[in-house]
Design a protein around this ligand. Sequence first.
Ligand SMILES: NC(=O)c1ccc[n+]([C@@H]2O[C@H](COP(=O)([O-])OP(=O)(O)OC[C@H]3O[C@@H](n4cnc5c(N)ncnc54)[C@H](O)[C@@H]3O)[C@@H](O)[C@H]2O)c1
Length: 323
Amino acid sequence: MTILVTGGAGYIGSHTVRLLRSLDRDVVVMDSLVRGNVASLLGAPFEQADICDSEAVTDICRRHKVDTVVHFAAYKSAGESMTNPGVYWHNNVFGTTQLVEGMLAANVKKIVFSSSAAVYGNPVSLPITEDSPITPENVYAETKAVMERVISWYGVTHGLRWVSLRYFNAAGASDDGVLGEDWSITTNLMPLVMKAALGASGPIQVLGNDYPTPDGTGVRDYIHVEDLATAHVAALDHLDRDGANITLNLGTGHGCSVLEVLRAVEAVSGKAVPHEIVSRRAGDPAIVYADASLAERTLGWKATRGLTDIVSSAYTWHRSQFA
Ligand SMILES: NC(=O)c1ccc[n+]([C@@H]2O[C@H](COP(=O)([O-])OP(=O)(O)OC[C@H]3O[C@@H](n4cnc5c(N)ncnc54)[C@H](O)[C@@H]3O)[C@@H](O)[C@H]2O)c1
């Protein structure tokens, strides 16, 4: 039986596809390439299609004998979602509904879903557990909260079995430098810091240095993309052994400030990272880090890599792209 990976030509999806193939799992990627890169498939079986097309989903599921879906495909920029919310509701929420309808028509009833720590908004307590209040601060985060509920309701109405994984801040590149996060199609911190460090952009903007944190800059839980890939394999195994539907945090349990990230990049690269302090962005919380103990108890999964691994893998990959 085959695993269908939506959004498998994107950043986290491509690392997960590569890991699954290395474990001899049968995989087919479905990606519209709207924000993906065909080169990052590394030759994986591929169908170019949109998740909003439920008939295409059904057809792909039938032709490839799909058993389970890993659903990465979405738009992910919080800022863009506030200026152009309609495309987020359509692509993320309507798209997920169509994907599940298409799966069910082909009798595919298992899904691992990419959710986000963004659903917690400004956390009321730390570390953040899965029981923390869901208070999205932007349209993107709200679409993730709604997508989780769409999927769980299909569990009620159609017996869909699911694992929703709330990632904290995905970062880093593959340990061997083959895959990484393309800085031309992301607004995430790590690629932008790399771009500034390698002289491919002007100074990076640090959004606020007056937060109630040790150095005043925002603190986030950076999780290595290879650790995320491993968690998806564990989630698939959980569904295969008839594990319960569940929502899990995927983080390290440890927060790093923006300035700590900059210092780590400077230590690895030997170059100063040009940066400037600008005002806070509305809605950004001061500190976010996960309690990921439920994932450890449920999946036997734990993050194994820290900030230095993230920065050195990302630097190796970005330098190879820029050279
Ligand atoms: N990167 C992070 O830090 C992070 C954190 C939390 C959650 N997530 C979620 O994880 C998932 C993957 O994130 P990523 O960083 O790999 O993103 P990405 O943008 O690199 O990859 C998304 C992929 O989905 C594809 N896609 C988008 N809409 C599609 C559609 N309608 N039909 C088919 N393909 C479509 C894009 O072409 C792209 O290849 C997303 O759902 C994102 O919201 C990411």
